[in-house]
Design a protein around this ligand. Structure first.
Ligand code: PMP
Length: 380
């Protein structure tokens, strides 16, 4: 089939399945509201969990750096603010080294691609993020998935023989379900099989654990490889890999994602240093977020859609069919609340959902307005 015919067929199938993804023109005026096509909504679809994306200190940090690094870190793109950020991240999270990446997607691809060779096996939670599963399925290693957060299923996969190395892959807090991985049990099973553990804590870093150090710190686990991303609680974008000295040296010598890609803008590294300071001092923000989560969960009891057992900022309501999820999202928009519907293939078939995210920036009346709109929609 020709490229145009193939594209036309895929687009038609997506339309027919009510799966069309609509990009909208938005304006971010503040962190708790969203302006979409000229109308302002209470915003429940942001990963800016602590409301730092427009924090004055982060904006001031951004203004202190150059907008472009001008080259890859290996040529002339590695400046003092990159070095300072790496060093502070490593100290804060208890690792020897941190390496910066331009995005979480790039970091996950880099880690999985560089480590996995032919005889190896990758054992990933079946709900791991697309950046991890895509990378894993494109290496010469064998990819096996275990049932979500199920340590018995992982142990079973680990029991099969393997002549190479084993890398177990999971997340701290899952992006579409909001639940936490049982990291201590996963780490113990991985260690018993002589494997390495990679944890992507995109949604835990900054939000949970002492000083916001994330899910691993909270569960007293130190994975061999920890990926943290900066597009969520840090309010900016980018990512870092935390690891030991030898691993960092290996990545610096051989990771094509680092060698052949322009380094993070110095302005971004400088903004991230400011965001890191706010996160370390952010107990009040984390408490406000927890209060908002509690307020939402208490008020959502009795709704006809199933609320995932999530203690995190991600509070998905499972609706089921694509069309029904879209209709509920539109109904909430009419009531002034912006909540995106998430549909397959991002989530498993039949589990289209509203991915409600709460942040420290929400006021109690924002949560109450969302709950009222949900209860009204349920009653119709
Ligand atoms: N990992 C997880 C768990 C994510 O949810 C995301 C983004 N939604 C990423 C990685 C990708 O990070 P980034 O947006 O920085 O590319």
């Amino acid at each position: 089939m020709s490229f145009p015919a193939r594209m036309a067929q895929a687009l038609e199938a997506r339309r027919a399945a009510a799966g069309w993804r609509q990009r909208r023109l938005v304006t971010h005026n503040d962190t708790r509201t969203l302006e979409v096509e000229g109308k302002s909504y209470r915003h429940f679809s942001s990963n800016d969990y602590l409301g730092l994306s427009q924090h004055p200190a982060v904006i001031a940090g951004w203004r202190q750096g150059a907008p472009g690094a001008g080259a890859s870190g290996h040529v002339t793109g590695y400046s003092r603010c990159h070095a300072e950020l790496e060093s502070q991240l490593a100290d804060w999270l208890g690792y020897s080294r941190a390496l910066l990446f331009i995005s979480g997607f790039a970091a996950n691809q880099a880690v999985v691609h560089l480590l996995a060779q032919k005889q190896d096996r990758l054992i990933a939670d079946r709900l791991a993020h697309a950046s991890l599963l895509d990378a894993a399925s494109h290496t010469p290693a064998e990819l096996r998935r275990f049932h979500h957060n199920n340590v018995d299923s992982l142990t079973q996969r680990l029991a099969s023989s393997c002549s190479g190395e084993t890398l177990v892959i999971t997340e701290g807090i899952f992006s579409m379900d909001g639940d936490s991985a049982p990291l201590a049990a996963i780490a113990a099973a991985t260690r018993r099989a002589d494997g390495w553990l990679l944890v992507d804590d995109a949604h835990g870093i900054g939000v949970v654990g002492e000083q916001g150090r994330g899910s691993c710190w909270q569960q007293d686990v130190r994975p061999d490889l920890l990926v943290v991303t900066f597009g969520k609680a840090f309010g900016v974008s980018g990512a870092a890999l935390l690891c030991d000295d030898a691993t960092a040296d290996y990545f610096l010598q051989f990771s094509r994602h680092l060698i052949y890609s322009t380094a993070m803008p110095p302005a971004q590294a400088s903004a991230l240093l400011a965001a890191l300071g706010e996160i370390q001092r952010g107990d009040a923000l984390r408490q406000r977020l927890q209060d908002n989560i509690q307020r939402f969960r208490t008020g959502a009891a009795g709704l006809p859609w199933s609320l995932m057992p999530s203690a995190s900022a991600i509070q998905p309501l499972i609706v089921g069919e694509n069309g029904a999820a879209l209709a509920l999202s539109q109904r909430l928009a009419q009531a002034g609340c912006w909540v995106s519907a998430i549909r397959p293939p991002t989530v498993p078939p039949g589990t289209a959902r509203l991915r409600i995210t709460l942040t420290a920036a929400h006021r109690p009346d924002d949560i109450d307005a969302l709950l009222e709109a949900l209860h009204d929609a349920a009653g119709e």
